[in-house]
Design a protein around this ligand. Structure first.
Ligand code: AMP
Length: 280
């Protein structure tokens, strides 16, 4: 695996690969890699000649400075697992490569998906996501981008970003299903910070999602989401939202909405976890 830290060097390498006719798959991450990230690497490897992973803990997407400070950093181990997974290229930039002094901060008109759910509880988060993804795409310029469905709204935001920057014909976004622990907990770098007691309670999030999936035709959505929130609170979660919404727009579900998705965001001992499940 080749490791690049400088933006111009990786850009040059990728451009040479493209001239040779190679197809480039890109997996952006913030590190502390787990099997969920590796499923994205595997998906990219199966369809591209060169798989590029980036590890960059993007300061501009953290609305909570403590969350940023406490974000787990495990670079040595990450390099080892990427090598074992057969990743070809790692981009490991310092902040000054992503946001150099001449960087002009942009704002992106994301429409209503910016301010709902995650956007509502994490003001500015999706602008930060767009800033970093825009820069990474500018530098890596891949053919395909692999993102996890675990961050459902983020996938929608990145698709919108691709449209905003006019690259729908150049970049294909591939969404990879959520990898879970055997008890259903969605894999997440933040799980590393859970105490033993909280780790035992954490799968309640997935259980509430499954319950919503099993029952959404049998009861009202309000009743079911309230019940799910109560169940989480009874397990000492602070609940930001339990929502069942239109899977394509994230707007409230109506009687004729065809595709529904249930989404949860809740914190336990200040560790914020998110998860989702398509209902149909
Ligand atoms: P992160 O390092 O948390 O920013 O995640 C990097 C990428 O990995 C994002 O596209 C995430 O959606 C994806 N990802 C994170 N957790 C999982 C998971 N459990 N299953 C599949 N993809 C995931």
């Amino acid at each position: 695996m080749i490791i690049f830290k400088a933006a111009d060097q990786i850009s040059e390498f990728i451009s040479e690969q493209k001239q040779k006719g190679k197809c480039i798959g890109f997996v952006p991450t913030m590190g502390a890699l787990h099997a969920g990230h590796l499923s994205l690497i595997a998906a990219s490897k199966s369809k591209n000649d060169v798989t590029v992973c980036s590890i960059f803990v993007n300061p501009t997407q953290f609305n909570n400075p403590d969350d940023f400070k406490r974000y787990p950093i495990t670079v040595e181990k990450d390099i080892q697992v990427l090598v074992e997974a057969g990743c070809n290229v790692l981009f490991l930039p310092p902040v000054s490569e992503i946001y150099p002094p001449q960087y002009q901060k942009k704002t992106y008109n994301l429409g209503q998906i910016e301010n709902t759910l995650e956007g509502f509880y994490r003001p500015g988060h999706f602008q930060g996501v767009c800033q970093v993804v825009d820069r990474l795409l500018e530098i890596v310029d891949p053919h395909k981008i692999y993102l996890g469905q675990k961050d459902y709204q983020q996938c929608m935001v990145v698709q919108k970003l691709i449209e905003i920057i006019g690259k729908e014909d150049d970049y294909k976004l591939i969404t990879v299903p959520t990898m879970r622990e055997s008890d259903g907990l969605a894999m997440s770098s933040r799980n590393l910070r859970l105490s033993e007691t909280d780790r035992k309670k954490a799968p309640t999030i997935y259980q509430t999602l499954k319950d919503l999936k099993e029952n959404y035709t049998k009861n009202t959505i309000d009743h079911l989401t309230n019940k799910a929130a109560e169940r989480l609170k009874a397990n000492e979660f602070k609940v930001d939202y339990v929502a069942v919404v239109d899977a394509k727009t994230l707007e409230p579900a109506k009687a004729d909405t065809k595709q529904l998705v249930a989404l949860v965001a809740a914190s336990i001992s200040d560790i914020r976890l998110i998860d989702n499940l398509p209902l149909n």
